[in-house]
Write a protein that binds this ligand. Sequence first.
Ligand code: ATR
Length: 278
Amino acid sequence: MKDKYAVIGNPINHSKSPLIHKMFAQQTGQDISYEAILSPLDGFAVTVERLRWKGYKGCNVTVPFKFEAFLLATNRSERAEASRVVNTLEFNGDEIFGDNTDGVGLVTDLKGNLNLKFSDKQVLLVGAGGAALGVLSPLLMETPRCLVISNRTMTKAEEAVKIFHYRVGKHPSNSTEFVAKSFSELTGENFDLVINATSAGLTDSALSLPTTLFAPGALAYDMMYGRETPFMKFAREHGAQVADGLGMLVEQAAESFNIWRGVRPDTAPVIEAMRKRP
Ligand code: ATR
């Protein structure tokens, strides 16, 4: 019998994860099934319980359940503890292991697929919700020259610096300047990498960012994928190279697949295949 996996979210019907994991399974010869499951907003724990009862081996978790998944896990990886959100669960008897592969997915896409070098780079992370917190710790571990976190609601960015500041001291050679700034405080500042981790693209809302944000050769990375967001358009119009989050999506999926199956798929052909799809 096939080992069963799923992705749980709400909404979930546009998820590309089943297709990605199907390609991984074919490529690595792993006999698994993987489906998308819609959970009621107030029924995440019950949905997970049902999967465990039916013998599923694990699941991915997406919006808006990543914090609930963190709370539900009975033991967690260090990176999940650091981010306080979980996108991967593995079921093992009474244990529910929680991990977060989003951050490593982003960093692998930036370094491996987009050839970005973090040393000496000035990095701006826009957003301070679950998506931003999930990638902060791995970004800090790359020791850029500075990491500025900026958010419409400034107190949340300041809170994130308080929570994650200890990560800077953890790396012996890490002298990253890690600060929170409001959108207006970004005026006159230049960044080599600007990551949009807000959900503004979902509602086609523009961010009120200064137009001078991008240093020459800067990369603007939107964690959303599937269509051009106002942030991508803004970045393109102001001289930045633009990347969407499809590479991150495939890389985080590969990391989850590796946790469950002990084999890491080759992501390049999967990213290429996903790009070609309408
Ligand atoms: P997610 O899990 O996708 O991160 P979230 O935790 O609700 O969702 O966080 C959404 C993020 O997008 C927040 O940083 C939010 O800013 P606020 O904290 O000020 O609400 C940001 N966001 C959403 N819509 C936005 C908009 N139109 N302009 C600026 N920021 C926006």
